[in-house]
Design a protein around this ligand. Structure first.
Ligand SMILES: [Zn+2]
Length: 289
């Protein structure tokens, strides 16, 4: 956290430096936003392939075949979810929240894509609808569906609570779900759990200290976030023990609710859609042979 009383005086050029306007790190002009019309047209007549009810303070895995849509829907009460996505054939190719944030900003909505980790770096899912897109950024700088948080985990809880043992953080929920889905030992499954898309969570950074904050999610039963799977995916969703994340997580004190995941098969793939290839970089890293 930046000190409120810095130890070093600003140099002569300090004020001028602070006044320089920022430059966008990754101009996405070379990365055109997808035309959503063919994806939306492909919804007509879609058939539900499966549905999974994720219990409160727990997680479940689900298969998301390439070319299918999936929706995460709030049921029963306000609840946030922590989403992990992997290539169904190779768990090492997983969601890369940091690069997704660098490309699309701190919070995702319709038209944004979720990207896979190096050395694959390709779109794995496209957000095709978001019933909370009306929220935008509030007066505190808060917005919904962030890629700035990590996932609540028992190690951070242990540090901050001076030795606490809590077993239903999203990290542990996702670990158990993946272990069950792929018959993996817990320790091996845990290595595949990664930073999440915080579905429905309302978060930001405080303006004065730059600290990560959360506040009550605006999500209500019936609200949903809809995706299109660009490659064959395995998904895992945890219904966070923070509930609507209005007060605390990493405990059983918050009111928690299940989340519904539905997978839909379109009658035909969206017109013009092709499943993306892995990244085109040659991986020589400047060395020949
Ligand atoms: Zn959580």
């Amino acid at each position: 956290m930046k000190p409120s009383h810095p130890e070093h005086a600003a140099p002569a050029h300090g004020a001028a430096m602070q006044q320089i306007a920022p430059v966008i790190c990754y101009p996405v002009d070379g990365l055109p936003r997808p035309d959503l019309a063919p994806f939306r047209a492909a919804r007509a007549g879609w058939q539900k392939l499966s549905e999974t009810l994720v219990p409160a303070r727990d997680a479940r895995c689900f298969d998301l075949p390439a070319g299918h849509f999936f929706r995460i829907t709030s049921v029963e009460g306000p609840q946030v979810g922590d989403l992990n996505l992997w290539n169904a054939q190779d768990l090492h190719e997983r969601f890369y929240s940091g690069k997704t944030r660098a490309l699309h900003g701190t919070h995702l909505s319709t038209g944004d894509r979720m990207w896979t980790a190096h050395p694959y770096l390709r779109p794995m899912a496209l957000i095709t609808d978001d019933s909370l897109d009306w929220y935008g950024f509030d007066a505190f700088g808060g917005a919904v569906h962030d890629v700035i948080g990590t996932r609540c985990d028992p190690y951070t809880h242990n540090l901050l609570s001076k030795g606490g043992q809590y077993h239903h953080c999203c990290h542990s929920n996702l670990t158990r779900a993946l272990a069950d889905a792929r018959a993996l030992p817990l320790a091996e499954a845990e290595r595949h759990v990664h930073d999440v898309l915080n579905v429905f969570m309302c978060t930001g950074f405080t303006r004065d200290t730059g600290q990560y904050f959360m506040k009550a999610s605006p999500v209500r039963p019936g609200d949903y976030l809809e995706f299109f799977a660009e490659i064959d995916l395995l998904g895992a969703l945890s219904a966070c023990p923070g509930g609507d994340c209005s007060s605390e997580h990493s405990s059983d004190s918050a009111a928690c609710h299940p989340l519904l995941v539905e997978v839909f098969r379109p009658l035909a793939p969206p017109a013009g859609w092709v499943s993306p290839m892995v990244n085109g970089y040659d991986r020589s890293h400047g060395r020949n042979g």
